[in-house]
Design a protein around this ligand. Structure first.
Ligand code: SF4
Length: 343
C-alpha cells in the first residue's frame, strides 16, 4: 500500500514497526531484537470495524498498543483523522501534545478484571475521563455517567459500587462505558470477549455493534480467531509473526482467501451448516520466533505450498484484487479454499 494512499481513512498506519531490543551483559549491549510489529500498513474507514486476527504472539496487541500510543513504535506513521478533517500523525507527537488528543481514541482490554481499579467506584471509573478531558464538572459528571451506564446496559443503582461486585460481562460493560466517556472516534478492542463465557460473548458483541451506530464509532477489533470477527468485522487483516499477510473485506477474505495462512485459519472456523464439511488444515511446527525470523517468507517453514523462492525472498505486499492485499509470491496462482460466511 503506497504512502498516504488513504487520506480519507479515519486511521492509517504506514510502515509501522515495533522492535523490542534484546540486551545482554553488564553494559546491556543490544544483541538482537524481537520484531513484534514488522512493517505493517493498514487503514480503517470511518464507521467501520476492522478485525485484526492472528495466533497468540503474532504482534496484534502490540500493534494496537502502538496505535493508541500506550507504547512508542520504532518507526512508521499512525495518522488519525479528526472531525475537523485535520490528519494527525500520532507517532510523532510528544506526551504533552498527546494529552490534548487522547480523547479521540481509547482501548478496551481483554481482561475486565485487571483493567478496572478495584479501589474506585463505578462513578469514579467512568467519570474520570470526563473530568480529565474537562467535558463536565460537578453534577453534570454524574448525569453523564448515568447516561453512559444506561447505554451499556447497567443500572443507575450501580453507581457507587466497586468493580468486585460485578460479573465479568458487567465489568466489560463498565470498561466500555469508560472508553465512551470522552466521546472518542476510534476504539481499539483488544480481545474484549475472549475472557468471557460464551453465553456473554454474543451480548457484548451485540452491545458493541449498537454503540457503534449510536456513537458513530470506528473499531479496531483484535481477536485470535476468525470465528469472532466474522460476526462484527467489515474488513479483516491477518497477521503472522509481526507482519500483515492479508487484508480484505470480510466477504472476500472468507470466500477467496489469497494467503495460505488465512486458508488454514479459515479451516478452523466451525460451520453452522451441517452439510458443509471443512477439512481442518493442521500446520506443522510452531509459529516462528520473532527474535529469530526465518529467511524469505516468515511462513515458509509451515506453508503447505512453499517453493524454493519462498525461503529466499520476502514476498511484497501487493493489491491483487480491488481492496484485497496479500504478501505471498504465489497468491495469483494458488487456488485456496474459502468458507461460507455465516452472518
Ligand atoms: Fe507460502 Fe511461499 Fe506464499 Fe509464503 S510466499 S505463503 S511460503 S507460498
Amino acid at each position: 500500500m503506497p504512502e498516504n494512499n488513504n487520506p480519507d481513512a479515519l486511521l492509517e498506519v504506514i510502515h509501522l514497526t515495533k522492535y523490542f531490543p534484546i540486551e545482554e551483559g553488564f553494559l546491556r549491549k543490544q544483541v538482537g531484537a524481537v520484531k513484534a510489529v514488522d512493517d505493517v500498513s493498514l487503514y480503517i474507514n470511518e464507521g467501520e470495524t476492522f478485525g485484526l486476527v492472528g495466533e497468540s504472539g503474532c504482534g496484534k496487541t502490540t500493534l494496537g498498543r502502538c496505535i493508541v500510543r500506550a507504547i512508542d513504535s520504532t518507526s512508521g506513521s499512525i495518522y488519525l483523522k479528526l472531525d475537523t478533517g485535520e490528519r494527525l500523525d500520532l507517532s510523532r507527537m510528544t506526551n504533552k501534545e498527546l494529552r490534548e488528543v487522547r480523547k479521540h481514541f481509547h482501548m478496551i482490554f481483554q481482561d475486565p478484571y485487571g483493567s478496572l481499579d478495584p479501589r474506585m467506584t463505578i462513578l469514579d471509573i467512568v467519570g474520570e475521563p470526563i473530568r480529565n478531558n474537562n467535558l463536565a464538572t460537578g453534577d453534570e459528571v454524574i448525569e453523564m455517567v448515568k447516561s453512559l451506564l444506561n447505554d451499556v446496559g447497567l443500572e443507575i443503582k450501580h453507581l457507587n459500587r466497586y468493580p468486585h461486585a460485578f460479573s465479568g460481562g458487567q465489568r466489560q460493560r463498565i470498561g466500555i462505558a469508560r472508553s465512551l466517556a470522552p466521546r472518542p472516534s476510534l476504539i481499539v478492542c483488544d480481545e474484549p470477549v475472549s475472557a468471557l463465557d460464551v453465553s456473554i460473548q454474543a451480548q457484548i458483541l451485540n452491545l458493541l455493534e449498537e454503540l457503534q451506530e449510536q456513537y458513530n464509532l470506528t473499531y479496531l477489533f483484535i481477536a485470535h480467531d476468525l470465528a469472532v470477527v466474522e460476526h462484527i468485522a467489515d474488513r479483516i487483516g491477518v497477521m503472522y509473526v509481526g507482519k500483515l499477510v492479508e487484508m480484505a473485506s470480510t466477504a472476500d477474505l472468507y470466500s477467496q482467501p489469497l494467503h495460505p495462512y488465512t486458508e488454514a485459519l479459515l479451516s478452523a472456523v466451525p460451520s453452522t451448516n451441517p452439510d458443509v464439511k471443512m477439512e481442518r488444515i493442521i500446520l506443522p511446527g510452531e509459529i516462528a520466533d520473532p527474535s529469530s525470523t526465518p529467511t524469505g517468507c516468515y511462513f515458509h517453514p509451515r506453508c503447505p505450498y512453499a517453493q524454493e523462492l519462498c525461503a529466499e525472498e520476502t514476498p511484497q505486499w501487493k493489491e491483487v484484487a480491488p481492496e484485497h492485499y496479500v504478501a505471498c509470491h504465489y497468491a495469483e496462482e494458488l487456488e485456496l479454499k474459502g468458507v461460507e460466511l455465516q452472518y
